[in-house]
Design a protein around this ligand. Structure first.
Ligand code: NAG
Ligand code: NAG
Ligand code: NAG
Length: 465
């Protein structure tokens, strides 16, 4: 752990806010990172997306109020995905099947192939770990909190945390609750070595963070509907995946018909879990080269695109409750107030899933490519902007930063600590009223009941569940 982390950070970070700040602990082993790690989709490490993290820097230049206009940040809303986690049950079972297959039917081999065959992967990834937050995942959120408090020293301060001025919401899933607690540990400068257990103050709100499972139009129309995800099914059995399956079966020396596309994917994900959870370079990583990884990433992207993103309108509309919640919070924080009135809520921290972030990003109109990805256009999609590896790695975060400026409130979006622009708005940090005008149709509509149940509930458009 670096010396800065043990010092009284509030003051120190404020003092250092204009220079790059070293934040990460140096205790963890740094593995050889395979070049296929850039293609792990939602199983990517945040480090792969945000290289500043590897360089220990907080890059202050990402905050972009217009030059020449005096501005100060007054509120930040952060929608954050939980940190690094263990595989969920479905993938654990695939790992067990794959492990049994290579052990009983694979060729003996030497080197990494022998290591791969002789390990009991069932014991490394037992079923009871199902979706649990890994220790690395706690660290992801702790360090994110430290970086954000260094970017916004007056908002995400230890004092605001201690005096309970921050709003903290989480999905009910233990990996999200653990993540929002680790975020609080970060702000309180507790590094997992607790003397007194801190009093965590988050609230659980699945209506906001797991809206997708409550939207019937979404569940019936997309999630459970094989036709809605047909491009994924087609690609899974298409030429690119078939060629990859044949190559992989040959290297492992297993009968081709026993190695299903799901098991090929399980082998790829094993490389990702070993790197992200255990910080080791797994023998599984040697099975794939970069072009194989691109095929497998595309398969994941197809699934995310059609299941959670622009693929179907209802995917994005299911996030209306969260959209309205965010804008109501920003409205309140940006409202003109007299000097005697209490300062606005400095920050709102909302911790959920990739499934929470993707529909919201889709609703905001981000990462929209000219042609949608399908099973048949893999070759023309190499330059696509929608890459889940870049957008929703573990601890992915979307920040809405509200500034108080001379000409009125302004809003900036940051995705994974990098500026992104609102579609159709020319500046990094447009006037808040221009953002509201751009989303007028959603602010006045986007009714969860109408979209999800096909009926209006009569409580007005801003109904929050
Ligand atoms: C900081 O971010 C800007 C873009 O926002 C980039 O141009 C610059 O290279 C970054 N600096 C470092 C040290 O990473
Ligand atoms: C694992 O293998 C068994 C037996 O072949 C099969 O019934 C089951 O569906 C497989 N499970 C997964 C998740 O692949
Ligand atoms: C399933 O998806 C297809 C394609 O998007 C759509 O036409 C159909 O109406 C959906 N079925 C249901 C039951 O919603």
């Amino acid at each position: 752990m670096g010396p800065l982390l043990t010092a009284s950070c509030g003051l120190l970070l404020a003092a250092l806010s204009l220079v790059p700040t070293r934040l990460s602990d140096s205790s963890s082993p740094v593995p050889n990172v395979p070049n296929i790690a850039a293609y792990f989709g939602t199983k990517s490490r945040y480090e792969e997306v945000n290289p500043n993290l590897l360089r220990d820097f907080v890059n202050q230049t990402v905050l972009r109020p217009p030059p020449g206009e005096s501005c100060s940040p007054v509120h930040v809303t952060a929608v954050i995905r939980h940190g690094t986690r263990y595989p969920t049950l479905k993938n654990i079972r695939r790992i067990h099947n794959l492990s049994a297959l290579v052990r009983t039917e694979g060729s003996d081999g030497s080197g990494w192939l022998r290591d791969l065959r002789r390990t009991r992967w069932e014991d490394v990834y037992p079923e009871h770990m199902d979706g649990q937050l890994a220790e690395k995942g706690r660290k992801d959120l702790r360090l994110l909190a430290l970086r954000l408090s260094s970017l916004f020293p007056s908002l995400l301060s230890e004092e605001n945390m201690r005096t309970r001025r921050l709003r903290l919401l989480s999905s009910s899933k233990p990996r999200c609750v653990g993540s929002v607690e680790a975020f609080q540990d970060g702000l309180l400068q507790l590094h997992g070595r607790r003397h007194v257990p801190p009093e965590y103050v988050q609230q659980v709100d699945d209506g906001l963070m797991r809206f997708f499972e409550r939207c019937r139009g979404y569940v019936d129309g997309v999630e459970k509907n094989r036709t809605a995800l047909i491009e994924v099914v087609k690609f899974k059995h298409g030429d690119e995946m078939e060629a990859l399956r044949r190559r992989t079966a040959e290297i492992l020396g297993v009968p081709l018909h026993r190695l299903t596309p799901d098991l090929v994917e399980a082998a790829f994900f094993l490389c990702s879990y070993e790197l992200s959870i255990r910080s080791v370079l797994s023998p599984w990583c040697f099975l794939f080269d970069e072009s194989d990884a691109k095929v497998l990433e595309y398969k994941s992207d197809l699934k995310q695109f059609w299941k959670r993103f622009h693929g179907h309108r209802i995917n994005s509309m299911s996030s209306c409750p969260l959209f309205h919640h965010v804008f109501r919070t920003l409205d309140k924080a940006g409202r003109p107030r007299r000097a005697t009135e209490a300062a606005p809520e400095p920050a709102s921290i909302l911790v959920g899933h990739a499934e929470t972030l993707l529909p919201l990003l889709s609703l905001l109109g981000l990462y929209k490519d000219p042609t949608p990805p399908t099973a048949s256009n893999y070759q023309s999609q190499h330059g696509r902007s929608f890459r889940s590896s870049r957008i929703v790695p573990y601890a992915a975060n979307l920040l809405f930063v509200l500034y108080d400026c001379q000409r009125g409130p302004r809003l900036q979006l940051l995705m994974n600590e990098t500026p992104v622009r609102f579609p159709d708005l020319p500046d990094d940090t447009p006037l808040y009223r221009d953002v509201r005008a751009a989303y007028r149709h959603l602010l006045d509509g986007c009714d969860f009941h109408r979209e999800c149940e096909g009926r209006a509930e009569g409580r007005g458009p801003n109904t929050e569940l």
